[in-house]
Design a protein around this ligand. Sequence first.
Ligand code: ADP
Ligand code: ZN
Ligand code: ZN
Length: 745
Amino acid sequence: MFVHKVIHKQFGSPQALTNEPKERNAARADNAEAASPIGFADVLLDLPVTYPLQYRLTPEQQPMARVGMRCVVPVGPGRTMLGVIVDLPSRSSIEERRVRPVRALLDDPVLSHDWLQFCQFASEYYHHPWAQVVLGALPPALRRVPGPRAAGRMARLRRAPPAHATGAALPPPALREEQRQAIEAIAQTHGFAPFLLHGITGSGKTEVYLGAIAAALGSDPHAQALWLVPEINLTPQFEARLQERFAHLRVVSLHSGLGEQDRTGAWLAAHEGRARIVLGTRLAVFASLPHLRIVIVDEEHDASFKASDAVRYSARDLAVKRAQLGRTAVVLGSATPSLESWHLALSGRYALLRLQQRPAFAAFAASAGEPASGPAASAGLPAEAANAAKAGPRVWAIDVRQYRPQQGISEPLRAALGQALERGEQALVFINRRGYAPVLACDACGWLSDCPNCSAHAAFHRAEGGAGPSLRCHHCGWSRPVPRACPTCGNQDLKAVGQGTQRVEETLRETLRQRWPAVRIGRLDRDSARRANAAQDTLQRVHAGELDVLVGTQMIAKGHDFQRVSVVCVLNADAQLIAADFRAPERLFALLMQVAGRAGRAGQAAQVLVQTRFPDHPLYRALAQGDYGQFAGEQLTQRRAARMPPFTHHALLTATAATLPDVLQFLSTCRRTGVELEHAQSVVLYDPVPMPLARLASEMRAQLLVEATQRAPLHQFLDAWLTAVRTVKAPRHLRWAIDVDPLAI
Ligand code: ADP
Ligand code: ZN
Ligand code: ZN
């Protein structure tokens, strides 16, 4: 994290990015040629260059031009492009007659100095061209050369009525003392103030965000709030909650699922201060918010805050940076903070706020009558005590060597599901694999359903929604109908190996219907959610009590406030436990805590059952105790010993090309170039290696890891090194990218 390590690097020229004419005049007054008008514009263009290009302003344009305006300029013969002005120098740095004129100035909207500066920071930190950061951050409609009717369209977008408007605001619930203290701590700050809000799911973090926003917005009639959530699916729920609480204010959402009009409209509303609250996914961190007073990042540990193409930014980290540049408070909230954030909180750089109780459980414990019986009571495990509910759901690691799963589901899980149905409660069954089975196999010859384009199996999908049974690669999208017989030996008896969501749904239907013929089982994964609104519909049916059991992937894990779920089953967790990536345990723990958090929201005694071959793994022990602190402490100790983040800092140079030797050779050349640089003393350059998924969509992929103990020298090195990398001769079609603070190595 870069909070306290601003990279100080100046803009192109002293006047750059000062769009106040006052300063421009002052700068000119210092100049001997004070009388000469500003004659040129440095323009960011989405071209493969890392610097702005210079154009000439016509005499009519000169008095109007401002830094932050978009403009239309010629590029190459007969082509024009949209660009953004970032400097207005009075003299040209190149031979004047070779400088081409600006075709048109677009004065609506004008981008602010602060916003451009924030984009420049992102550009420098992630070592990605400034122009691409700026243009990529604008809504698509503002990135293009406008057509003749653009002005009318903008006017219409501005007239769009507030999203939900009117109605009386719903007052907050009576806050608990720890919530009140947290809000007060945030509200009291002046200037940059980063907080980490740690509280288990259901502990009332959302109320703290709402309270902190209310305080920030209440202190200034223009103040704006930014609230980042990890998933598009979560925005309707939170937008409703915000609109309920702040009925008189305009709340807008920003995410990639919006149509172009809505996205541009929301962007403009934020830019012009009409929207007081912006709720969005990671791209919303680039919203233009001139009066930003508070930033919230919910589920701050979530991997979706990290972009995986173009500029590989972390919206969480950029949110902190934004708060620093804008001198505001920022609240990162999670039940399982990232180890980076936890480390910063432990070392005092973030103020740690904790919520230790679940309000609903407190209420339950007071009124609890009958003790719940343990899921595995019938399977011979000790029964749980009712007061366990106070601390959250009870977690059981079910040893699959002892309780052999039938069709993927062991007896204790069946028993627990049965108990939930008996009590008229709901259950979730979580498995992080969609499809019917992850692979199809021929026992006769050993054939496996491999993807022809990737180093991975293609999953077997049962017929569904009009589509026949198919093999599908979840990495590249390749698919084909299931072969009738083994393509190698002709054997007609192909076996589906392992479990996916479809198969689990089928198994549960078959087994549960024997005793509960009316049981209603639903499924939620990327396939079932393909139809528009399908995901919302399914979730709505859970809320309305129209489903008894919901099978799904992580789509069911995030944020949904289910009231009647009392049993959560987790299948196939071990796959992540034994994964090679050093962050795998951290991710698994977060995921399991989150899944577990879906249970017992309304206070019923809840059980979480995780099937595993490693019931004694420390991760499950910490999980059973609901003790994030213990788990995080152990992980940090290991990371420190192994010299891993957050104790070191990483950057990953990745490359893809048709053949592995091409990629490896390119990376080796890059490595040699790097080793020779002066700044190489302070970094470690590892040997290039194929990526864990070496072949993706017929491209071979490899990576080179750069490691440093300090951030500043890492960035100095990357600056020099990438300049050199850009000149390395590479085979045609080779593409490379740099990923600073990569999530997986
Ligand atoms: P989190 O964001 O930590 O998962 P929420 O803020 O969504 O938790 O709170 C969980 C549930 O508890 C919600 O239904 C919320 O309305 C309720 N809740 C939160 N704080 C209080 C409170 N002080 N009194 C009563 N109910 C509360
Ligand atoms: Zn075969
Ligand atoms: Zn594939």
